[in-house]
Write a protein that binds this ligand. Structure first.
Ligand code: C5P
Length: 225
């Protein structure tokens, strides 16, 4: 069973708010995720800020473009010194291989099916097959093309771990401390995700909106110990 690590999604509205949050979480053994919302406004300064507070940074830009553009973006991410970057596996094998072929690069974490999908909303997009079938198709494609980790919901984590073994990391957003009533449809608790074998659980709003974010993060760390 891998040791599960806590990754906090720095989905703050701006750098100032992100810094205030990082100050509160200072000293806790967590990783940080910089996603498109903060990055769109603040750019690489958001990554620098997370690095300033230590730990590894996951740049969650969910790249999905033609192979050459994705390759260039991953090369630029390497210059920022991030630990990992995400790309949509539905961008296809050629796109993933273009990124994987870069010599000195961050880990590539492949997005399978977003945790905000449920069966109904997924079918309406027009994909053939179930969410589970699609996740495994995409994960197979990603692993064959050179990715290092698979992003999926905690509900699929155990099966993904079993299929690919310890060489491929499993990253699970969609973590909720209690009953979720928001856009995360395939959610689980930190403990359930850790039991399912996730290497990283990604937590945003449950920590960000907590009255005491440090206390909540510490409680999650204890839960996944
Ligand atoms: O606030 P919440 O805990 O839902 O945050 C989850 C974070 O993980 C968000 O930043 C979201 O963009 C990201 N994420 C996700 N589902 C994926 C990949 C990333 O929710 N499949």
């Amino acid at each position: 069973m891998p040791k599960t690590r806590l990754m906090i999604a720095l989905d703050a509205p701006d750098l100032k708010t992100a810094r205030a949050l990082l100050e509160k979480l200072k000293g806790l053994p967590v990783f940080y995720k910089v996603g498109s919302s903060l990055f769109t406004l603040e750019g690489p300064a958001a990554v620098d800020l997370a690095h300033e507070y230590g730990g590894k940074v996951f740049l969650d830009l969910k790249l999905h473009d033609i192979p050459n553009t994705v390759k260039n973006a991953v090369e630029n991410a390497a210059k920022l010194g991030v630990y990992s970057i995400s790309l949509h596996l539905s961008g296809g094998a050629e796109m993933v291989r273009a990124a994987a072929g870069i010599k000195k690069r961050p880990e590539l974490w492949g997005i399978t099916v977003l945790t905000s999908f449920d069966a109904g909303s997924f079918a309406r997009v027009g994909f053939k097959g179930s969410i589970n079938e699609t996740i495994f198709n995409l994960a197979d494609l990603g692993v064959k093309s050179g990715i290092d980790g698979i992003v999926c919901s905690p509900r699929e984590a155990a099966a993904v771990r079993k299929r690919f073994g310890p060489g491929i990391k499993v990253i699970t957003p969609g973590i909720r401390l209690g009953q979720a009533c928001d856009d995360q449809k395939r959610a689980m608790t930190p403990k359930e995700a850790a039991r399912a074998g996730a290497d990283f659980i990604v937590v945003g709003r449950p920590v960000l909106t907590a009255r005491d974010p440090a206390r909540t993060a510490a409680a999650i760390l204890k839960e996944i110990e």
